[in-house]
Design a protein around this ligand. Structure first.
Ligand code: NDP
Length: 289
């Protein structure tokens, strides 16, 4: 029997409908959630991501504004912009679109965002909060994966989760979030010897490598939950994931497609974090630092 296909697009639509209600409630109480996005340089891919975020905000009633800087902007100019956004009461979330140009220091920029407005969850304080189990904002992509697992009633506690990839934005926070929920977690990287011996043992396999279709059917335990975070553009222009979907779907218990899997959930969780930030403002909740 083939795998149950987790439809990320459909799930994202239903979560966004719930979020829209939370926005309406906030607006009734006099607070419209606001997101500011900062983009430096003219990368076509970053431009598309930013436009998608702005569109998603407007669809559910979140105010958004984009601050675009040319690629030769000096770091202090972006820091000044972040400072004024930190002080702006209409802005509840601030996001810096990565990557920044090479003359920027990522951590310097990200840590200048007020912790309570860091809706990407990349501020070092927020990373520390995640590591110690006191999450303030969950990073959006792994957060989306967790929601996919939860909404499909997939057990996590006691399961062996294998995360392939250790990036700061996907692999590491993913592993921490699964660990927090009681999974036994293995993290594999490009340095792992015999990757297959680990992936074959996964009840939940999350792959975030950027290597097209590298996980094949013989690397997957029959019945496993396979979450494909990868988004790769093939020479023919088509998109594919890090999992060989066609072969793995016949053996896995659950699988996410690419496109239409994790991707739509990532922006949804950004909306969710922005609303959460606005709700905390409304409640007068202070982040206990
Ligand atoms: P990075 O390039 O930052 O990290 C890739 C990770 O994969 C590294 O830790 C690397 O190991 C590991 N890796 C690479 N090759 C192998 C291999 N052969 N075996 C085992 N591990 C390997 O990528 P990101 O985490 O940023 O992104 C990963 C993928 O997810 C990309 O396709 C990206 O486009 C996609 N993505 C999708 C999102 C979504 O919303 N769906 C959001 C963010 C990313 P090492 O550290 O040893 O080099």
């Amino acid at each position: 029997m083939g795998a149950h296909i987790i439809d990320g697009k459909k799930l994202a639509e239903s979560v966004r409908a719930e979020l829209k209600l939370r926005v309406e409630k906030l607006i009734q109480s006099g607070i419209q959630p606001g997101l500011a996005v900062i983009i430096v340089g003219d990368s076509a891919a970053s431009g598309i991501y930013v436009r998608n975020k702005v569109k998603a905000c407007s669809e559910i009633g979140i105010y958004s504004e984009v601050h675009s800087f040319p690629g030769n902007t000096q770091q202090y100019e972006v820091l000044d912009c972040i400072q004024s956004l930190n002080e702006n009461p209409h802005i509840h979330g601030i996001l810096v679109q990565l990557p920044l140009p090479p003359h920027f220091k990522n951590n310097r920029v990200i840590t200048s965002i007020a912790v309570e407005k860091d809706v990407d969850g990349f501020h070092l304080y927020n990373v520390g909060a995640l590591v110690t189990g006191n999450t303030i904002f969950s990073p959006c992509t792994p957060y989306g994966v967790m929601v996919m697992l939860e909404r499909n009633h997939i057990p996590i506690e006691g399961q062996h989760a294998v995360v392939v990839g250790r990036s700061n934005i996907v692999g590491k926070p993913m592993a921490l979030m699964l660990l927090e929920r009681g999974a036994t977690v293995t993290i594999c990287t490009s340095k792992t010897f015999d990757l297959r011996q680990f992936t074959r043992n996964a009840d939940i396999l999350v792959v975030a490598t950027g290597r097209p279709r590298m996980i094949t059917a013989e690397m997957v335990k029959p019945g496993a939950v396979v979450i494909d975070v990868g988004i790769n553009r093939l020479p023919d222009g088509k998109l594919c994931g890090d999992v060989d979907y066609e072969s793995v779907k016949d053996i896995a218990g659950y699988i996410t497609p690419v496109p239409g899997g994790v991707g739509p959930m990532t922006i949804t969780m950004l909306l969710c974090n922005t609303i959460l930030a606005a709700e905390r403002t409304q409640a007068g909740a202070k982040i206990d630092k």
